[in-house]
Design a protein around this ligand. Structure first.
Ligand SMILES: [Zn+2]
Length: 191
């Protein structure tokens, strides 16, 4: 799922950069930042790292109910944290706020991925997806992580194709290419 998360983060960064729009150099930096916060220990999956899991074992966070905030796909996967980060970022000067926004975007792209993919944990009593409330009330489509849809369709086909198109678009090449394809199709049709 890590590669899917990173591709999703990169795609979200390019879409956002085109929408703002960001300067090309800023786009490149935003792409890196969002990719970093979209997967691995610098993403909501920080709850899968050794130090976090050690903390989970040491602290009796389960006493807070619903298997505790430190469980996997618990508090670190709650949408409220990036929402809070956005509020804090609103106080930053514009010169650095865009960097914070890129980081939050990558983080949120991870949440979106987990909202779609990630089955329930019936043994632990956790639902599929991500928590609607701080660490309980999970919602999600519960699609199979590492299943053919995630591994082949999304990770190997859909997201790489989307990213290729977005890269062409960012370089200003998508429009001319589209026009060229249209012309070729018209000529072929009239033959
Ligand atoms: Zn996750």
């Amino acid at each position: 799922m890590g590669a899917t998360h990173r591709l999703l983060g990169a795609s979200a960064a390019l879409a956002w950069a085109a929408w703002v729009p960001l300067h090309p150099a800023q786009t490149a930096v935003a792409l890196v930042v969002a990719t970093v916060t979209s997967a691995g220990p610098t993403s909501p999956d920080v709850d899968r790292t050794g130090p976090w899991q050690l903390l989970d074992r040491l602290l009796p966070d389960e006493l807070l109910g619903h298997r505790g905030p430190l469980q996997h796909r618990g508090l670190s996967h709650w949408w409220g944290l990036p929402a809070l980060a956005l509020l804090v970022a609103a106080a930053l000067p514009a010169q650095v706020a865009w960097l914070a926004h890129a980081a939050v975007l990558g983080w949120c792209s991870h949440l979106l991925g987990d909202l779609l993919f990630g089955q329930a944990d019936p043994r632990g009593g956790r639902g599929p997806g991500i928590p609607l409330l701080p660490w309980w009330g999970h919602v999600g489509l519960g699609l199979d992580v590492d299943g053919p849809l995630e591994r082949v369709v999304v990770q190997r086909l859909a997201l790489p194709a989307l990213l290729a198109w977005q890269t062409l678009d960012a370089l200003g090449l998508a429009g001319p290419l589209w026009q060229r394809l249209g012309q070729t199709a018209t000529v072929a049709f009239h033959r």
